[in-house]
Design a binder for this molecule. Structure first.
Ligand SMILES: Nc1ncnc2c1ncn2[C@@H]1O[C@H](COP(=O)(O)OP(=O)(O)OP(=O)(O)O)[C@@H](O)[C@H]1O
Length: 226
């Protein structure tokens, strides 16, 4: 099985504060993994370490063929191209349309061919069922629609791993399910997803491998059948 993420004996710090220690974890290609835990338990810090926003100083870690321990500042953009990152607050550019948000990312990541860019934008918008709204501005969309655009944006460079940090945190329960269905569909098509959440309703409705941050550790929890 192909490993997408492997952490051995990792400690995670915010400045000099130890947040998580002895983290051992493997994620294989095609997995859908939840990361749960109380507010402040370290989920975001964990995610940040994976996309190079916090340095990995203790232990060993590899992610989509990058060594997190030896990761250089100038390699970070290349790592992020292999990851699709989705945040709670969508982080769309408000001053441009949906299509131009996606075009901006393609140009920033080295795409040049206009027709190929247009085809890619259509493809990812189709995946999240938002093709007909490509001319809208973010503020003209609902929260769920904005998050679907953010997911489309995360798919632009065919990422090997999608990191979603509380992607449904700003959405009502019904919209959360709709966004979750999009993520499930993407996972069924073979993409690996790590999703931080504290939405237990989603965990029950879509059971999958679950990791928990608690008291400075990360461990796998066995979900009981309700
Ligand atoms: N930039 C920072 N500088 C110093 N400490 C921080 C920083 N960001 C977070 N922390 C601390 O690290 C700990 C873990 O925070 P983190 O944001 O990773 O938790 P979380 O599980 O993602 O919480 P939430 O569910 O509220 O997002 C907290 O004690 C927090 O106060």
């Amino acid at each position: 099985m192909e490993q997408i993420l492997n952490l051995r004996g990792v400690s995670i710090f915010q400045r000099e504060n130890l947040i998580l220690s002895e983290v051992n974890l493997t994620i294989n290609k095609g997995d859908f993994v939840y990361l749960i835990g109380k507010t402040g338990s370290g989920k975001s810090s964990f995610m940040k370490t994976l996309y190079g926003d916090l340095p990995l100083t203790n232990g060993e870690g590899s992610i989509v063929d990058f060594n997190l321990k030896t990761l250089k500042e100038k390699e970070i953009p290349f790592l992020r191209r292999k990851l699709g990152i989705v945040f709670q607050d969508f982080q769309l550019l408000q001053d441009r349309t949906v299509a131009d948000n996606l075009l901006f990312v393609l140009k920033a990541t080295g795409w040049k061919d206009k027709e190929k860019m247009q085809a890619k934008i259509d493809e990812v918008l189709d995946k999240v069922d938002m093709k007909t709204k490509n001319f809208k501005f973010p503020y003209q969309l609902s929260g769920g629609e904005q998050q679907r655009i953010a997911i489309a944006r995360a798919l632009l460079n065919d990422p090997e791993l999608i990191l979603a940090d509380e992607p449904t945190g700003n959405l009502d329960p019904q919209t959360s399910i709709e966004v979750m269905q999009v993520l499930q569909e993407i996972n069924k098509n073979g993409r690996t997803i790590l999703m931080a959440t504290h939405d237990y309703a989603l965990l029950l409705k879509y059971p999958s491998k679950t990791l928990k941050c608690d008291e400075g550790k990360v461990f796998e929890v066995v979900q009981k059948n309700a």
